[in-house]
Write a protein that binds this ligand. Structure first.
Ligand code: C2O
Length: 541
């Protein structure tokens, strides 16, 4: 095992896309940012220096951070932000995870441009559970705004309206051939005849679930969220923001050029129509053919059935130990809402639908970040007044979650509420989507843990009948689960990692509106069940 040292300098860098130059916030001037490559068991030490004019933190998405919760990164959850001019060194060890994860800013909407891949090779002396690929390429799906993304979210927070959507989707930072001014920069991914190529696909988009495919080259899916899966074949993927999927493709087609493409999955019925597609090119080495490129055929933008059948293919490679006794049986609604808006807020601040403001919540609580201490610091030092421990185990009232509900029924209350878990407790969470405003697929991400996804389904979760659908044999291990539009997902994990762990929708617009909560997991017995001491350079507020 090795220790890898990296310097991340967060700084403004001119980046040109779509004939438009932005002074974008980058790491080391790179967009997307640097790829971190390690083996399972290695330690990463990343010194982050903030030379930008915004507060920043970096989150190592999907890294379990066992006992090192101080290095997790979400601002005001596990640390205060790194102020302009400040530094913070993140130290953590990869324990048991192999495959693809990623890192991103976890502060306002900075992750629009501040993100990169984390590649985790097998532990020294071991190999992949599939034939070693000849080549590996990270594929980062993203979004580009011609405006400054921080200004976009600030305006939306002020007006209460939905923020502007992005101007392009991107693959490894480039919009591709189908966008203006982009053709000369389209990303080329090489492949040689006869070789196997591992694509590590990451959805780093801010607010968009995406379909992904390669023309004429079907995928063998071998991993997701840094866990291996039982291999299966498919012609397309769907990834919610936060999710990763590792696929093998074979260089067995006539040598030439094939489009790699991603296009939106829009589960919300009233979402604005968007048929834009970002592309890269799979090019056979030595190919001289300039035959016309073909696009992969991807599902139509609202094809929820294809998403459901794709999702149902994920299995762990073998039988796993799913906790069968449950200590904490939780039921969380996840969804959007609208706050009645008093004109007292001031002019221009009620520009949501019918003079309201958009909001979002879990169990009717719209999560608000603290500002004077991080939740983890308040927890470990018993500082009062930063959060309350009354996040409800179930919604305050039951109703037809996926039906037509009057908007007046449910306006969430703002709060900084956590749910406390005893060390080692076995937790089940039913995540129930709601249709209070628009129903849509929510990619729900939990920090500090991987969880088993026992089942997903449509409609209202029925505890009497839907438990029969639970996969207790070989459910997939994930860190981000898509709660289907007008449906539910059930996850289980053992709370064996002490700390403060945010669970949130990975559509950033929904976090902005409050679609988040925090689990505080107490220390167990002895050092090995306790969080480490806070690092000396931990940024304070
Ligand atoms: Cu990748 Cu809290 O997020």
């Amino acid at each position: 095992v090795k220790t890898h040292y990296h310097d991340f300098v967060v700084q403004a860098t001119p980046v040109t896309r779509l004939c438009n130059t932005q002074n974008s916030i980058t790491v080391n001037g790179q967009f997307p940012g640097p790829t971190l490559e390690v083996n399972n068991g290695d330690t990463l030490v990343v010194k982050v220096t903030n030379k930008a004019r915004y507060n920043v933190t970096i989150h190592w998405h999907g890294v379990r951070q066992i006992r090192t919760g101080w290095a997790d990164g979400p601002e005001f959850i596990t640390q205060c932000p790194i102020r302009p001019g400040g530094t913070y060194t993140y130290r953590f060890t990869i324990q048991g995870q192999e495959g693809t994860l990623w890192w991103h800013a976890h502060s306002s909407w900075l992750r629009a441009t501040v993100y990169g891949a984390i590649i985790i090779h097998p532990r020294d002396g071991t190999s992949y559970p599939f034939p070693k690929p000849n080549r590996e390429t990270p594929i980062l799906l993203g979004e580009w705004w011609n405006a400054n993304p921080i200004d976009v979210v600030r305006r939306a927070t002020f007006t209460g309206a939905a923020p502007n959507v992005s101007d392009a989707y991107t693959i490894n930072g480039q919009p591709g051939d189908l966008y203006n001014c982009s053709r000369k920069d389209t990303v080329i991914v090489p492949i040689s005849s006869g070789e196997t190529h591992l694509l590590r696909v990451i959805n780093a988009a801010l607010n968009q679930e995406l379909f992904f495919g390669v023309a004429s080259h079907p995928f063998t899916v071998v991993g997701a969220d840094a866990s291996y899966v039982k291999p299966f074949t498919t012609t397309f993927l769907m990834l919610g923001p936060g999710q990763t999927t590792d696929v093998l493709i074979q260089g067995n087609k006539s040598p030439g050029q094939y489009y790699i493409a991603a296009s939106p999955y829009q589960s919300a019925q009233n979402a604005p129509f968007d048929n834009t597609t970002t592309t890269a090119i799979l090019r056979y080495t030595g190919s001289t053919s300039s035959a016309p490129l073909q696009l992969p055929s991807l599902p139509f933008l609202n094809d929820t059935n294809s998403v459901a059948s794709f999702t149902s293919k994920f299995r762990s490679p073998r039988k796993v130990e799913v906790p069968t006794t449950i200590d904490e049986n939780l039921f969380f609604t996840v969804g959007l809402g609208l706050n009645n808006c008093t004109k007292q807020l001031g002019p221009g601040r009620c520009q949501g639908p019918n003079g309201t403001r958009f909001t979002a919540s879990m169990n009717n609580v719209s999560f608000t970040l603290p500002s004077n201490f991080s939740i983890l610091q308040a927890h470990t030092q018993s500082i009062k007044g930063v959060f309350t421990s009354d996040f409800p185990a179930a919604p305050p009232l039951t109703f037809d979650y996926t039906g037509n509900v009057s908007r007046g029924l449910w306006q969430p209350a703002a709060g900084t509420k956590v749910y406390r878990l005893k060390f080692g407790s076995r937790v089940q969470v039913v995540l129930q989507g709601t249709s209070i405003f628009a129903a849509e697929n929510h990619p729900i991400h939990l920090h500090g843990y991987d969880f088993y996804v026992l089942a997903t389904g449509s409609g209202n979760f029925n505890p009497r009948t839907d438990t029969a659908k639970f996969n207790l044999v070989d459910p997939p291990l994930r860190n981000t689960v898509g709660v289907p539009v007008n449906g539910w997902a059930v996850i289980r994990f053992v709370a064996d990692n002490p700390g403060a762990w945010i669970m949130h929708c990975h559509l950033d617009v929904h976090i902005t509106w409050g679609l988040a909560m925090v689990f505080v997991v107490d220390n167990g017995v002895g050092t090995l069940q306790s969080i480490e001491e806070a690092p000396e350079d931990l940024p304070l507020c």
